[in-house]
Design a protein around this ligand. Sequence first.
Ligand code: SAH
Ligand code: SF4
Ligand code: F3S
Length: 482
Amino acid sequence: MYRETDQNKRNLEAAPPAEEPARQYYFMEKCREWTRDFERRKGRPPRACVVNMGCQMNAHDSEKLRGILEQTGYEEALDENADFVIYNTCTVRENANQKVYGRLGRLHHYKKDNPDMRIALCGCMMQEPHVVERLRESYRFVDIIFGTHNIFKLAELMAVRQETGEMVVDIWEDTKLVVEELPSQRKYPFKSGVNIMFGCNNFCSYCIVPYVRGRERSRRPEDIIREIRKLAADGVVEVMLLGQNVNSYGKGLEEPLSFAGLLREIEKVEGIKRIRFMTSHPKDLSGELIETMADSGKICRHLHLPVQSGSTPILKAMNRRYTKEQYLELVERIRGAIPDLSLTTDIIVGFPGETQADFEETLDVVQKVQYDSAFTFLYSRRNGTPAAAMENQVPEEVMKERFDRLLQEVQKISRERSSRFTGTVQEVLVEELNSHDPGLVTGRMGNNLLVHFPGDASLSGRLVKVRLDESKGFYYMGTLAE
Ligand code: SAH
Ligand code: SF4
Ligand code: F3S
């Protein structure tokens, strides 16, 4: 956890500074006055709960929100019956979206019993105008609504809410701004996500992300390295580099740098022992990256390479810009250079126009590639995307039938693949005590598989060697080997 403590001593009588992040530290201090007052009245600090509903990018944004809340004097609440609840929403599929409205009903209940309670909504779903309209009309008890581009402004928005007593809505359509040096509260002391880029320019025809996350922009390498050095000094040994398409990192920078070049710079940071990244778009995966991975002692032997479909015509309609053959050839090249690599993927079933023959092509890719694991999704129609307007939507029962078949196949292969390390000794990063058996700890291998083995909390955050005694399908049972 790092904070710019020198920024705290702001003169609150003066007008707020215009520049960032000084402006936000000013508002954090201002909010602190309110939380101190709360503490005087109630004999305890206010408690806040940030609920993350989306991907790793969202989870990382939530850590930033928690950092700001900590800085403004909030303690972490154990559940949503709290003084401040923030939902960091996702809208990539419709079902994620619907859940929010249901959960808001319950929050309203809590708020009736606790008039001091504040409710904020942010994240991808808030970037959709029809959502904000619905909230404004029917969910007046929500206090603050903001989006994906201005999460750094939480303290300022809280201050405005406090001063005006009214619902605050602040959504930006897009931004070029990247605000550095804000506080963050990490879930784990020993590993952390690091944004290397924001937004997406790919416009896969089914996907809403480019509309809610804006245009692609890369963070400057010096800012990324500075953050990672700080993290390492703070005890972090593993970083996960985050971007919707990390392989296109560096475009538009003053001095362009490739993703592989960035990885080589990060590799030099002392104290960092493991580097992960996600997500890789197959169309932009370079030979340079494959070489860099193969040569690296720190980059984990795991690549998440979403295929989405195995059918070339469907891939074309999805605007993925590779064919089935190109994808398979890429996988072959990668496996040739890095034989022990674990490959994972994302697959969508039931994209408009998908025929049984197209689906069989997807199964064929799954069988040929032998993924270590795969996330499978039912196609979800997202308003405003080109695919939503396509006429030949696949009936739900057909989609579901294909989905079940695919899932069975994926799981069968995954079980076989996962067990291939039985009997070997692997380096694992110990993440936590096992929730079912306190005599066990859980460690993660470089290839992302988990192993449970006898140990105690003193191992947490350490890299240790573990013998994989028994495969349990998707995880292992093991013993310390040193
Ligand atoms: N940027 C990443 C993916 C982000 S979204 C990439 O390109 O790989 C994560 C996954 O959600 C996608 O890979 C896709 O498989 C799935 N997804 C996105 N939009 C979807 C939709 N409309 N319906 C179903 N699944 C979808
Ligand atoms: Fe969506 Fe495609 Fe961008 Fe991934 S690359 S976020 S699937 S548009
Ligand atoms: Fe969801 Fe936004 Fe991530 S839509 S998948 S939280 S980028």
